[in-house]
Design a protein around this ligand. Structure first.
Ligand SMILES: NC(=O)c1ccc[n+]([C@@H]2O[C@H](COP(=O)([O-])OP(=O)(O)OC[C@H]3O[C@@H](n4cnc5c(N)ncnc54)[C@H](OP(=O)(O)O)[C@@H]3O)[C@@H](O)[C@H]2O)c1
Length: 266
């Protein structure tokens, strides 16, 4: 029997997950309920076959999987609303940044399997890097959720203590790579390309570099050695970037984000 999925919070992430699950054939739109308080912004999803509801209790009643996609500050009120309608047979998937499985379990009345997922915005095009961890879930239940997110990009099951690091590396990471692409585009414009051409070259080159690592399971330095001719222009540019502190700046930026996420009070 097909799994019934309810996505609570049909905003950016919730709708991206819903559409991604259908596109990757992991679920049928008719088996997915999406809830939010104001449905006007997602009315168009009705035509795609999704069921839209404002009533969360109705939404969770017959669901096998419940995916929480509200903002962190909206979670406590939401859990208070649905808690008595949840059963221990359902799996709760939380995409909510910074909220631990332990904190979610603290709001529940029954021992419900909880899987925490940290995707990034590339989930909208099925190219997310999603880290997962679980509490009170069997390995089969975790595998089931992993399979769903595998259809939306790549997944990695990690210990929960690494979820903040995963947020920095994968979710904030989108911004870090975007800034590289923008800087490369600006360099390209200075060398004579117009902005659109320079961005295409920079973005496709970034995609190609990442794909070389992912498809060949190669190491960055091996791929760098292949394009750095002795006395050539690539090594000259690369060494100058390092003299200017490129690797150090990136590592320091990542660690600054990590320190910030660790200092954020709820
Ligand atoms: N965007 C990402 O790539 C990303 C990545 C990783 C994690 N996250 C996490 O995912 C969560 C959602 O992010 P987002 O960017 O999708 O935010 P968003 O666009 O603001 O979506 C949140 C949605 O929740 C709905 N909502 C709020 N209270 C509700 C309730 N009681 N019942 C039903 N729906 C309710 C809101 O709609 P109404 O106001 O109409 O109810 C809104 O559409 C956040 O916790 C974020 O930290 C996001």
């Amino acid at each position: 029997m097909a799994k019934k999925i309810t996505i609570i919070g049909g905003g950016n992430l919730g709708t991206a997950i819903a559409q991604g699950l259908v596109k990757s054939k992991m679920a049928k739109s008719t088996d997915i309920i999406i809830t939010r308080r104001n449905l006007t912004k997602i009315e168009h999803l009705k035509k795609e076959g999704f069921q839209l509801k404002t009533n969360n209790i109705e939404g969770v009643k017959n669901a096998d999987l419940i995916v929480l996609c509200v903002q962190p500050k909206q979670l406590a009120a939401l859990l208070a609303e649905i808690v008595s309608s949840l059963s221990s047979k359902q799996i709760l998937v939380s995409t909510i940044t910074g909220i631990t499985t332990e904190e979610i379990a603290g709001h529940l009345q029954k021992k419900t399997p909880i899987v925490r997922a940290m995707p990034n915005t590339a989930i909208a095009i099925g190219q997310s890097m999603t880290c997962l961890c679980a509490k009170d879930a069997t390995s089969k239940q975790l595998e089931e959720i992993k399979n769903l997110f595998d259809g939306l990009g790549q997944t990695l099951v990690v210990e929960e203590r690494l979820m903040k690091a995963a947020t920095v590396l994968a979710a904030s990471g989108i911004a870090f790579f975007m800034r590289y692409v923008r800087a490369a585009t600006q360099g390209g414009i200075q060398m004579g390309f117009d902005a659109e051409e320079a961005q295409l070259i920079a973005a496709q080159t970034a995609k190609g570099a990442a794909s070389l690592l992912l498809s060949r399971e190669s190491h960055p330095e091996i791929e760098i050695d292949k394009v750095t001719t002795p006395e050539g222009c690539t090594i000259a540019g690369l060494n100058e970037m390092e003299h200017q502190g490129l690797s150090s700046a990136l590592i320091k930026g990542i660690i600054t984000s990590f320190e910030k996420i660790n200092s954020i009070k709820k």
